[in-house]
Design a protein around this ligand. Structure first.
Ligand code: AMP
Length: 630
């Protein structure tokens, strides 16, 4: 047995011994009584009885040894700002933010919704929440008012932190009017809105509700706000993710399990050492941003780079110039970013001294072989794919080079990570597939390891019914991904089993987009599918049936209506969810029982065989789509 196989085996067979050891990587205020309380499956209570604090582990505990070391390096190529905060400075800023929260009435367990661009204040806002035991819910800045409103209603925040605007490609992207609109739409109203004013866009202020961050910060410069010790299982945050229904699910994370899982992953997977610099190019609105821009690197005593801007502006050398300047040792990005760079002159990638960099980790979507080969060759560094989900918070599959060096295989995110008892399951029988290279649903035996979702916020039933009830005859966690495993234990991911699509590493539910398109007055019915795309991995393509087709007499009308529909999606969900095209059809392909055949539509769009269509209601419907896309 290899050293890694043994490590993994022990993490499953001697679960408590294994994680009890990993738990020593963090600070505890009160030791736990039990490593894993799994008396009420599938709900796991990791490190039950213990007390700790995420902010203490990310910030305060480093003050004794690395107060003057960089902690957070904020770089914006949009506003030409670069500012490094040492651990001491970060500690002070977080306490100021925490004091502001307290003055606004935020208490332990209250929610704070953060709707912000990639600026340092967003990091302060997150850390300050967990410092006082408040629960943050970061909403990606690219989402618009409807998406935001549904999250406000679900999380019911006491306070919302926002900013006047983000910037993208040199243009300001105003936030405040979207936020005001969202609060108007939402049933729940926050008591206060804390505004960071960057001076990028004018905005209206609501008397008595909106308060100014800079003013309050001035009043709290010397704030001392100790960390609130919370129970291990106290929720640290909620992060919404798309599923198969229009209503996003609030992934709820605990405190201690998450802290331990991230600390261990830095050691075993990412090979980041304290004092070094970690650069993740994600956004705080996504899970990678939570785990590997903010918490993971800081828990590990590293400096972390928070970057606002595009990978190719001012030119495609920008990220690599930061690697040189800050001696980045670990970098984390998404395959889409690599594909964007691939269109640029590769000379930009070698213009800088990259000797500090140990590896580039890519995750969030399938990594295709040409992209992996290209970027690996251009950088002359190992490219390490890893597979995980918002729900898990850290990798399910990876190469754990920190345990034992192992080769990568093209197209594979590696082996099951320690702590995850991953199985491939036959969809129809529910039996485990043990044969190599045979396709199955990727599922995990409970308990999920520390750091994974505790439940769906406010909806334990939905947690069980969504994640633990779809495998035939078994109570197992389903990833809703297809996969195969080869003879050496390497997995290959073959796409989703549900209606979730992945656009440029961003997960979107086709149902959400369909609901938005359906709100257009002339749309009777719509199907949205994910179609393979060279740059973004997948794009959303919509097929709509109109209530009044006479309004679309020719191609110009169709173009105008398509633009109108895209505007509806932009306004409600955000440009991130905008379909690449909207086509109009007289009927959607459905089964005789009325189910839209999304997979058949997708296959036709991708020029593949549409599969078994014996249950199809009207074969002409698919032919119509074939004609439109060919
Ligand atoms: P998210 O929750 O947004 O991180 O999306 C998770 C989904 O993205 C997974 O269920 C997969 O479908 C996909 N995904 C994430 N990482 C990878 C990867 N390395 N290879 C293939 N698919 C991935």
């Amino acid at each position: 047995m290899t050293a890694y196989a043994d490590f993994h085996r022990r993490s499953i067979e001697d679960r408590d011994g294994f994680w009890g050891e990993q738990a020593q990587l963090i600070d505890w205020h009160k030791p736990f009584d039990q490593v894993c309380d799994y008396s009420n499956p599938p709900f796991a209570r990791w490190f039950a009885g213990g007390e700790t604090n995420l902010c203490h582990n990310a910030v305060d505990r480093h003050l004794a040894t690395r107060a003057d070391q960089n902690a957070l390096i904020f770089v914006s190529t949009e506003t030409n700002t670069e500012k490094a905060y040492s651990y001491r400075e970060l500690h002070a800023e977080v306490q100021r933010m925490a004091a502001i929260y307290q003055s606004l009435g935020v208490r332990k367990g209250d929610r704070v919704l953060i709707y912000m661009p990639m600026i340092a204040e967003a990091a302060f806002a997150m850390l300050a929440c967990v410092r006082i035991g408040a629960i943050h819910s970061v909403v990606f800045g690219g989402f618009a008012s409807h998406s935001l409103a549904s999250r406000i209603d679900d999380a019911q925040p006491t306070v919302i932190v926002s900013a006047d605007a983000g910037m993208r490609g040199g243009k300001s992207v105003p936030y405040k009017h979207l936020l005001d609109e969202a609060i108007n739409l939402a049933r729940h109203k926050p008591a206060k809105v804390l505004m960071v004013n960057r001076g990028l866009a004018d905005f209206a202020r609501v008397e008595g509700r909106d308060v100014d961050y800079a003013t309050l910060r001035e009043q709290n410069l010397d704030a001392v706000v100790p960390c609130e010790w919370v129970e291990s299982t106290h929720p640290s945050y909620i992060l919404y993710t798309s599923g198969t229904t229009g209503k996003p699910k609030g992934v709820q994370r605990d405190t201690a399990g998450y802290t331990v899982a991230l600390a261990a992953s830095m050691k075993h997977i990412y090979l980041g050492n304290p004092g070094e610099t970690y650069f993740s190019t994600s956004d705080i609105g996504w899970v990678v941003g939570h785990s590997y821009i903010i918490y993971g690197p800081l828990i590990n005593g590293m400096a972390t780079i928070m970057y606002e801007g595009l990978p190719i502006r001012p030119d495609a050398g920008i990220w690599w110039s930061l690697v040189e300047k800050y001696k980045v040792t670990v970098m984390f990005s998404a395959p889409t970013a690599a594909r964007v760079l691939k269109k640029q002159d590769p000379a930009f990638l070698t213009k800088y001294d990259l000797s500090s960099l140990k590896a580039l980790f890519l995750a969030g979507e399938p990594l295709d072989e040409p992209t992996a080969t290209w970027i690996g060759g251009a950088l002359n560094k190992p490219i390490i794919d890893n597979y995980w989900q918002t729900e898990t918070g850290w990798p399910i599959m990876a190469i754990c080079n920190g345990v034992e060096k192992a080769p990568t295989k093209f197209g594979s995110p590696g082996k099951a990570v320690y702590g995850y008892d991953v199985k491939l399951i036959d969809e129809t029988t529910g039996e485990e597939i043990t044969e190599a290279n045979k396709k199955g649903v990727i599922a995990v035996n409970g308990p999920l390891p520390p750091g994974c979702l505790q439940t769906v916020w406010g909806d334990d039933k939905r947690y069980v019914s969504t994640y633990w009830s779809s495998i035939h005859n078994k109570v197992m966690y389903s990833t809703f991904d297809w996969g195969v495993k080869d003879e050496d234990g390497y997995f290959f991911i073959l796409g989703r089993t549900d209606d979730v699509i992945n656009v440029a590493g961003h997960r979107l539910g086709t149902r959400e987009i369909e609901e938005s398109i359906s709100s257009h007055p002339n749309v009777a019915e719509v199907a949205v599918v994910g179609v393979a795309d060279q740059l973004k991995g997948q794009v959303a393509v919509a097929f709509a049936v109109l209530k009044d087709p006479s309004k679309v007499a020719g191609p110009d009308d169709a173009k105008a209506l398509e633009a109108e529909i895209m505007k509806v999606v932009d306004g409600q969900l955000g440009a991130v969810a905008r379909p690449a095209s909207v086509r109009f059809v007289s009927v959607l392909p459905k089964t005789r029982s009325g189910k839209v055949l999304r997979r058949a539509i997708q296959a036709v769009c991708e020029g593949r065989d549409a599969g078994d269509l014996t249950t199809m209601e009207d074969p002409a419907a698919l032919a119509q789509i074939k004609d439109l896309v060919s």
